[in-house]
Write a protein that binds this ligand. Structure first.
Ligand SMILES: [Zn+2]
Length: 297
């Protein structure tokens, strides 16, 4: 039997330019960067600017400048999803040829009214129930999806409970789930380290990878950064750009939010020194099983 092809480890950070990088997105960037660099992997930045109605002009450039100021060094060119529409169309055509898609005429309101079980109830599996604009949904597999998350541990998801996911929106844009799967494969990503808010997207992405015969990367979902009282990061905190005058201190506190234990004097070192320490001492075991961490009051 042939051996597995040699996989060059590769991680990525894939922000949406819909608002400035904030403490929560910085935590995801730092976690994925440390995971990659400590493993000797390459690390890419991908701008997920596909959701045109929500993209803020100038935001992507500002994000890249912020990453640079924080001392991130990415490999190769930045990939913009807005340049990748042909690839998403090809993937959609492949799913359709395989009989894995159907048109869905349900509005957001229809689905909200249905029940609060969450997943799509399959209303249009045999064809749209009314005329007018339609989205395209991916018919999920019956078998459960199991994977071993590098941080959250073994996971099992019942896809029929997750429901058939949208792969092309009513406005004709490829959905987030389809674009991520196509681009992770295109960029040869082997390690997806991102926030735990995306854990529930992973079963769909794995099912899409299987349907498109694409390789499955390893997944690690970082704990979500919450307010000191356990509430979701406040809107004001999420819309506030990061403080560029206190970069080493912010990196230092992000390391502590990632359950790392930097020596106190590191908070007053250069950005270079902080990264050097962080890459050398990166210990993801300290995060195992943590779904959330809290900002200090
Ligand atoms: Zn429907």
């Amino acid at each position: 039997m042939g051996r597995e092809p040699l996989k060059i480890p590769l991680g990525r950070f894939a922000p949406s330019p819909t608002g400035p990088l904030h403490l929560g997105s910085l935590l995801a960037a730092v976690g994925s960067y440390l995971d990659a660099r400590a493993a000797g992997a390459r690390w890419l930045v991908r701008i997920e600017d596909l959701d045109i109605p929500r993209v803020v002009p100038g935001c992507a450039d500002e994000m890249l400048r912020t990453l640079e100021t924080f001392g991130f060094e990415w490999d190769g060119e930045v990939l913009y999803q807005s340049t990748r529409r042909a690839a998403y169309r090809d993937a959609l055509a492949e799913l359709t040829t395989a009989g894995r898609t159907f048109r869905c005429s349900c509005s957001r309101k229809d689905l909200a009214a249905d029940d609060d079980a969450g997943g799509y109830p399959g209303t249009c599996r045999n064809g749209p129930t009314r005329t007018g604009p339609t989205a395209v949904r991916f018919r999920v597999s019956d078998a459960p999806v199991r994977f071993d998350d590098m941080i959250q541990g073994p996971q099992t998801f019942d896809l029929s409970a997750c429901g058939d996911v949208v792969v092309e929106r009513r406005d004709g844009l490829a959905s987030y789930q389809l674009a991520v799967v196509v681009d992770d494969a295109f960029q040869h990503v082997t390690r997806v380290v991102r926030g735990a808010d995306l854990l529930s997207s992973t079963p769909w992405q794995i099912d899409l990878q299987r349907a498109l015969s694409l390789p499955q990367p390893s997944y690690g979902h970082l704990p979500l950064l919450l307010e000191p009282d356990g509430a979701k990061l406040s809107k004001s905190r999420r819309s506030l750009p990061l403080d560029m005058s206190a970069v080493p201190q912010t990196l230092f506190s992000t390391l502590t939010h990632l359950s790392q234990t930097p020596p106190p004097e590191l908070a007053h070192s250069s950005i270079k020194e902080v990264w050097k320490w962080a890459i050398r001492h990166w210990d993801p075991r300290a995060l195992v099983g943590k779904a959330s961490v809290y900002l200090s009051a």
